[in-house]
Design a protein around this ligand. Structure first.
Ligand SMILES: Nc1ncnc2c1ncn2[C@@H]1O[C@H](COP(=O)(O)OP(=O)(O)OP(=O)(O)O)[C@@H](O)[C@H]1O
Length: 365
């Protein structure tokens, strides 16, 4: 009689596991260690738990199956083992944060930080728990927009760890790379120093429980973007553009970076900033000085939502300059940001119900 492994598995496939009625081969309970030596065979049966009540009876049935289907002469040794528990998933870096939304733009100066600051404020006004991280290494402007440029950062202990306390203003928890970087030396901070500083502001800050964690990203594409997608599983990206052709072309490039199959962060939608000019005394008038419908067309072309069209108005710049975002007001422009907040809430909800959570990107260099 010649024994060979398939013969053994065929015999074992006749043994039913009473726990679910399937046979033990189907259940992947026969380990990959079948040993045959002349008329002697040994193998291991694996059970989910070390306390499996069927362990002994299944082992006996396995031995009997070999005697019945192959030969009573075979000397069978059945080992039993419990499955190794899967290694615990690493703790998420921001365990209390539900949604992480990046605010991005293809080029500088299109109002990305203005949109980020006002969106954060508008969400907080609606009662959501909001954090805003200014990761724009090239021009961290969020502290100015919140009037917190001269604030000191403090540290406190959470579960034995020293954590930076975000500064809370208008219901938004804010941190900025600008707090760590001397503005005039920002350029020197490109590269790994900036990446490490950002990781610190994410992982070593006490963000606590947040519904929306917004990140004002640097314009264009940079290694900071890579740091962010590698550090965090981002829920999605809001892209800010202005209507000029050149800005639209850059927005398109920015979107393709996030859509790259290696990065693969969903685009929640487009915000067209400075979409038209409205003179303060005539809030109902709209002048499309940079061209009309560029944002609508780009959104349609790329198959993303146009989340909002924000007018070019002096009060947006003024309120940014004096540290109180226009979204705090009930003006026409303030309301435009409230609408944007609703659109973002919808887009995030839709994304979460249709796509799996974004995983951190493992980039191979
Ligand atoms: N809709 C708007 N109406 C009027 N002024 C605006 C509007 N949006 C932004 N601004 C002004 O334009 C300037 C640039 O805006 P902001 O700093 O938000 O742009 P950005 O895209 O974040 O720039 P960067 O990427 O270079 O930091 C600011 O002075 C801001 O107040």
């Amino acid at each position: 009689m010649t024994l060979y492994p398939t013969l053994i598995t065929q015999a074992l496939a006749t043994v039913r596991y009473p726990g679910n009625g399937k046979n033990i081969v189907e259940n992947s309970m026969v380990a990959d260690d079948i040993r045959i030596d002349g008329d002697t065979v040994s193998f291991t049966l694996i059970f989910d738990k070390p306390t499996d009540p069927f362990m002994k009876s299944v082992a006996k049935a396995a031995e009997a199956a070999i005697h019945t289907h192959i030969s009573p002469q075979v000397a069978v040794t059945v080992h039993t083992a419990a499955r190794q528990p899967a290694p615990a998933a690493p703790a998420p870096i921001l365990p209390g944060v539900k949604n992480i939304v990046g605010i991005s733009s293809g080029k500088g100066g299109v109002g990305k930080s203005t949109v980020a600051a006002n969106l954060a404020t508008a969400l907080a006004r609606e009662g959501y728990r909001v954090g805003l991280l200014d990761a724009d290494i090239f021009g961290p402007s969020v502290p100015k927009m919140f009037g917190i440029e001269d604030e000191q950062l403090y540290i406190h202990e959470v579960d034995g760890r020293q954590m930076i306390i975000p500064i809370e203003r208008y219901g938004v928890k804010v941190l900025s790379i600008g707090f760590l970087v001397d503005k005039d030396k920002a350029v020197m901070w490109r590269g790994s120093m900036a990446s490490n500083a950002l990781k610190q502001l994410i992982a070593e800050a006490d963000w606590g429980e947040l519904d929306y964690f917004l990140i004002d990203m640097p314009p264009g594409t940079s290694d900071i973007h890579l740091t962010l997608v590698q550090t965090l599983g981002m829920t999605g990206i809001v892209v800010v553009t202005t209507p000029q052709e050149v800005a639209l072309a850059d927005a398109r490039k920015g979107i393709s970076m996030f859509r790259d199959e290696k990065v693969n962060v969903p685009i929640l939608g487009l915000v067209e900033n400075m979409a038209y000019f409205t003179p303060a005394p005539h809030p109902d008038e709209r002048y499309y000085i940079f061209g009309r419908e560029g944002g609508i067309r780009l959104a349609e072309h790329l198959g993303v939502r146009l989340l909002a069209q924000i007018p070019l108005v002096g009060s947006i710049a003024d309120s940014g300059d004096n540290g109180s975002p226009i979204a705090l007001s009930d003006t026409v422009t303030g309301t435009a940001f409230a609408h944007l907040a609703h659109e973002v809430i919808d887009a995030v909800a839709e994304r979460n119900s249709t796509l799996p959570p974004t995983t951190k990107v493992e980039l191979k260099h």
